[in-house]
Ligand binder design. Structure first.
Ligand SMILES: Nc1ncnc2c1ncn2[C@@H]1O[C@H](COP(=O)(O)OP(=O)(O)OP(=O)(O)O)[C@@H](O)[C@H]1O
Length: 338
């Protein structure tokens, strides 16, 4: 079965629905096509992971949803429907009002989100709405949230400055701040990459627990496939600015279909036998995103590429009820099973 859009795979209207999104960065070397025809759904109450090699456009997609793009970014076409409204068409003021309210973000570097010269208390009070009660009510809510994310002695620690917390504790503070407003959608851009493995597991469990408690949706960007498998309901695999495969977490991890998804999983350190001496890598390099491209973006590295792959960009094929991929092998029925 063939589908033109990645967004047709679920019947209930998703909380976030991205359609045919194209974005360029203007640079002195030319235009970098960082997002190409991106389609992605985030259903209400679900966690959607975005995975892919460095430079595949994961963070750009996350920042585009938040409307936090650098000046040289140019969203050329597409729509970003959030709660049914196109964020691209929303007046700037209305869009800004969503941030820290219906939309929250956690960054890789917690210091990017925290103001170093203000106490955590002040920042956590300021982030709450003026109609959310008195200063004391807001403080009590902030202390409760810090307790919830595992900050010891939150009643006194709340008065400290961000640099008084360790890296892991700072990320917990950021999670507390992001969730204090009970957002509908939390966008998390590599929130555990800077943490050691033990802390990463703790933070992932914490995020899962809080997400279920609050009932929000999460867009979770990560390099770490293990973390994605643990936390996410759905996964979108990105390569060179395109979403090449998307589906339920079990489909992506147990029935990967796109040759890139398969290669990515084969190279995952978490899945490789301990006896393996050298880590496998995907041969070749991510293509330059400058200039226009003919054919499938992965064809130069694909072991299964055939003539058509270098000539035409594949459409999106439906593999299962909730599983789609952009690959000519599906159209030609040349796919070998995983
Ligand atoms: N401000 C910018 N100006 C020009 N090019 C940019 C800019 N920001 C990102 N890019 C380019 O856009 C592409 C996508 O980058 P992005 O950071 O979104 O990838 P990523 O998948 O998040 O990578 P990583 O995992 O390393 O963070 C890359 O080629 C990157 O060099």
């Amino acid at each position: 079965m063939i589908s033109d859009e990645l967004t047709q795979q679920t019947s209930a209207r998703p909380l976030l629905e991205i359609r045919d999104l194209n974005l360029d960065f203007g640079t002195s070397r030319g235009r970098v096509h960082a997002l190409r025809n991106v389609g992605l759904n985030v259903p209400a109450g679900q966690v959607v992971g975005i995975v892919g090699e460095s430079g595949s456009g994961k963070s750009t997609l996350a920042y585009t949803v938040m409307g936090l793009l650098p000046e040289n970014a140019d969203v050329i076409s597409g729509s970003i429907l959030f709660e049914g409204k196109d964020l691209r068409k929303m007046p700037a003021q209305a869009r800004r009002a969503l941030l820290g309210d219906r939309l929250s973000m956690i960054f890789q570097d917690p210091m990017a989100a925290l103001n170093p010269v203000r106490t955590v208390e002040r920042q956590m009070i300021d982030i709450q709405h003026h109609d959310q009660g008195s200063r004391n009510d807001k403080r009590a809510r902030a202390v409760e949230m810090l307790h919830r994310v595992g900050i010891p002695d939150p009643e006194s620690r709340i008065g400290a400055y961000p640099h008084h917390f360790s890296g892991g504790m700072r990320q917990r503070v950021c999670i507390a701040m992001a969730l204090l407003v009970k957002p509908a959608l939390l966008v998390a851009d590599e929130p555990t990459t800077a943490l050691d493995a033990t802390l990463e597991v703790q933070i992932i469990h914490l995020l899962k627990e809080l997400q279920q408690e609050i009932g929000c949706s999460v867009l979770f960007v990560s390099h770490h496939l293990g973390a994605v498998a643990e936390l996410c309901d759905r996964v979108a695999v990105m390569y060179a600015g395109e979403v090449v495969e998307q589906g339920a977490v079990r489909d992506i991890f147990h029935n990967p279909t796109h040759p890139y998804t398969r290669a990515l999983l084969e190279c995952d350190p978490g899945r490789i036998k301990k006896s393996t001496r050298t880590l496998p890598t995907i041969p070749g390099e991510v293509p330059s995103l400058l200039g226009s491209k003919t054919g499938c973006i992965f064809s130069s590295r694909c072991r299964q590429a055939f003539d058509r792959c270098g000539q035409e960009n594949p459409v999106v094929y439906r593999i299962g009820l909730d599983h789609v991929a952009r690959c000519h092998l599906l159209g030609e029925e040349r796919l070998v099973s995983a």
